[in-house]
Write a protein that binds this ligand. Structure first.
Ligand code: ZN
Length: 230
C-alpha cells in the first residue's frame, strides 16, 4: 500500500485563518503539521509506504498553473488531501461542527467514511462523506488513484480548533487507525537485528550471510542493532 499525503494550501495561500488568544492560526500550517504527524504515525505502526507531496508547494495552484501532478500520483494506491474547514461563523458556543470528507463524484466512499468515523470518538461530530469534484482529488481520480479530501474540523470554530490543538497526536493516530481499517493495513513487524544492521549500514545479503556465519555472529548483530537503535 502506497499512500500520498497532500497538505492543503501553502506556497503563499494560508487557507482558512483564525486568531485565538492573540495567536493566529493558518490552515496551511496546520495541514502540514498534521501531514508530518500522520506520516510518522503510519510508518511507525503499519506496513505502508507514505509519500508526502512537497510541503513547499500547493497542489491546487500547481494544477491551476497547468502543471501535472501525475508524477506525484504515480504508483500510489490512495491519495489523501488534508484540510481544515471554515464556516465564517466562529462562536465559542460549546458545540463542535466536526469532520467531513469529500470524494470525487463516483469515487470510493469507504475510506472517506472510515476517516470521518475514526475522528468521531475524539469529539468531532461526523458530518459524513460528500461528493464534489475538487481539483486535486479529481486529478487523482483521473490518474486512476482513489482520493479523498479530509476536512478534519473547522479551524475557525473555537470549539473544534481547541480540540485539534490540544490533541494533535490523537488526531493523527485516529486518522491512521481509520486508514488501517479502510485498507486492512498490516501491523509493522518488529525488525530482526540482521534487518536493522543491514538497513542502517546498506550491506548486501552476501555480507550479512558472512557476518551471521561468524562464530559469534548472532551476538555481534544483536550488539550492533542495539547500538544503532539506542
Ligand atoms: Zn482548505
Amino acid at each position: 500500500m502506497k499512500l500520498l499525503l497532500i497538505a492543503g494550501h501553502g506556497a503563499g495561500d494560508p487557507g482558512a485563518t483564525a486568531t485565538y488568544a492573540g495567536k493566529r492560526y493558518r490552515e496551511a500550517d496546520e495541514t502540514r503539521d498534521l501531514a508530518a504527524r500522520l506520516a510518522s504515525e503510519l510508518k511507525k505502526r503499519y506496513e505502508i509506504t507514505v509519500t508526502q507531496f512537497d510541503p513547499a508547494k500547493n497542489a491546487y495552484t500547481e494544477l491551476q498553473r497547468g502543471r501535472s501532478l501525475a508524477a506525484s500520483f504515480s504508483g500510489c494506491d490512495y491519495a489523501l488531501e488534508l484540510h481544515f474547514n471554515a464556516s465564517g461563523v466562529s462562536a465559542a458556543d460549546g458545540r463542535r461542527k466536526g469532520t467531513e470528507c469529500y470524494i470525487p463524484v463516483g469515487g470510493e466512499a469507504g475510506p472517506a467514511a472510515a476517516l470521518c468515523a475514526a475522528l468521531q470518538p475524539l469529539g468531532f461530530p461526523n458530518r459524513g462523506v460528500r461528493h464534489k469534484n475538487f481539483a486535486v482529488i479529481s486529478a487523482a481520480k483521473r490518474a486512476g488513484v482513489p482520493a479523498a479530501l479530509l476536512e478534519v474540523c473547522f479551524l475557525d470554530d473555537p470549539d473544534d480548533c481547541s480540540l485539534w490543538l490540544q490533541n494533535k497526536e490523537a488526531v493523527a493516530a485516529a486518522i491512521a487507525d481509520g486508514l488501517c481499517r479502510a485498507f486492512s493495513l498490516p501491523l509493522r513487524q518488529p525488525r530482526t537485528s540482521r534487518e536493522i544492521v543491514q538497513t542502517a549500514a546498506g550491506l548486501s545479503d552476501g555480507t550479512m550471510d558472512y557476518l551471521a556465519s561468524y562464530r559469534w555472529g548472532k551476538e555481534l548483530l544483536d550488539k550492533l542493532a542495539a547500538a544503532i537503535t539506542r
